[in-house]
Design a protein. Structure first.
Length: 361
């Protein structure tokens, strides 16, 4: 059971509530502004297109990605969400041992195990704010003979960020070892200063970049992600993947989302302000330590740790879901991850939390 709990995700809004009322979901890190107007229009306009097979070459979507991210259309491989690309990468490259700085997104480990790889952990230190030590990570790769490292930038659930040049330097250091570096930038579109951190313009043989359009463009039910890697690796992955892995509506939504500049600007500005406001309010609550957020989610720690479990149950009774992180490798009981939602929704969470504090001081 403990093994299974490590791989449970947030966002389970389909579980019925006792009274039939909907959940207020802080457990899934999705843009709180919802679908962009252009995406809504595109979905309506392309609905009849589902009677046809999707374009297997994804020409229009590749062109849109090229214009938005500044790489050639052929530099991308598209996936049914970023998660599919982690699994596809693992099955194509067949690493023997994967090194994971933890805590981290659970699908890295699941994909590694599914492909038959062993997994080693490199725990991030709470006293260091969970900041990764890339020099130590390279040494760990040598010590455990890892042929692949996976890091999130920003990392989920800690929110820690590493600057572009530091990641590129790590990839260069790993190259003589034959170690691949997989970088997950799924939340980086939320940053106004994204260029400081992304490695999408780097061209290193051992660097594989994965990004998701699911989070920033609020389309988790459609599923859309992409990756950038060496031409040889992408060719192998293209040969191994499903021909029609990105459906008609997901392709149309991706093109429309990438063109909606107003939505992108509004989303980044809203998250920048609201995450700071919510973090400050959370820090004022009883026994709560807030780890500085970088994107649209916040990691907190409750003391004593037992209060976290009681809080989760109390919030569920109020139809509020939060992410209990006690089953993440590298995190002890007491940690919760909270998505940044709309101002009114964040206020509802804070009000319920304050009610809990009065009942459970």
């Amino acid at each position: 059971m403990q093994e299974e709990l490590r791989f449970v995700h947030g966002g389970n809004v389909y579980e019925p509530t006792a009274d039939g009322e909907p959940w207020l979901d802080f457990s899934a890190n999705i843009n709180p502004l919802g679908l962009s107007p252009r995406v809504k229009e595109a979905l309506a306009a392309h609905l009849d297109g589902v009677i046809h097979y999707p374009d297997p070459a994804m020409r229009e979507l590749r062109t849109a990605l090229s214009a938005y991210y500044g790489r050639a259309p052929g530099d991308f491989i598209l996936g049914n969400g970023a998660a599919e690309l982690f699994y596809l990468y693992a099955f194509v490259t067949r690493p023997k041992r994967v090194l994971l700085p933890v805590p981290a997104f659970s699908e890295y480990e699941r994909a590694a195990h599914a492909a038959g790889a062993a997994v080693s952990y490199s725990p991030l230190e709470e006293r260091e704010g969970f900041e990764p030590d890339l020099i130590f990570l390279a040494e760990e790769a040598r010590r455990v003979e890892a042929d692949c490292i996976v890091i999130g930038n920003p990392n989920n659930p800690t929110g820690t960020l590493v600057e572009r040049e530091a990641i590129a330097d790590l990839a260069r250091e790993l190259l003589p070892l034959g170690t691949q570096l997989v970088v997950d930038e799924s939340f980086l579109d939320f940053r106004e200063d994204e260029a400081r951190f992304t490695v999408r313009q780097e061209r290193l043989e051992n660097l594989f970049l994965v990004r998701s359009l699911t989070k920033f463009f609020a389309i988790p039910g459609l599923r859309l992600g992409f990756a950038i890697g060496s031409p040889a690796l992408l060719a192998r992955m293209e040969a191994a993947k499903d021909v029609w892995n990105v459906n008609v509506l997901a392709q149309a939504a991706g093109v429309a989302a990438l063109a909606d500049t107003a939505y992108q600007v509004e989303s980044r500005a809203f998250i920048a302000g609201e995450k700071a406001r919510l973090a400050q309010a959370l820090a004022a609550l009883h026994g709560v330590t807030v780890f500085p957020p970088s994107v649209n989610f916040i990691l907190v720690k409750l003391a004593p740790a037992e209060r976290a479990e009681r809080l989760v149950k109390y919030l569920r009774a109020r139809h509020i879901l939060v992410r209990d992180c006690q089953h993440y490798p590298g995190l002890a009981p007491g940690f919760l991850r909270l998505a940044v939602r709309t101002r009114a929704e964040n206020e509802a969470l804070l009000a319920a939390w304050r009610d809990f504090d009065r009942m459970d001081p």
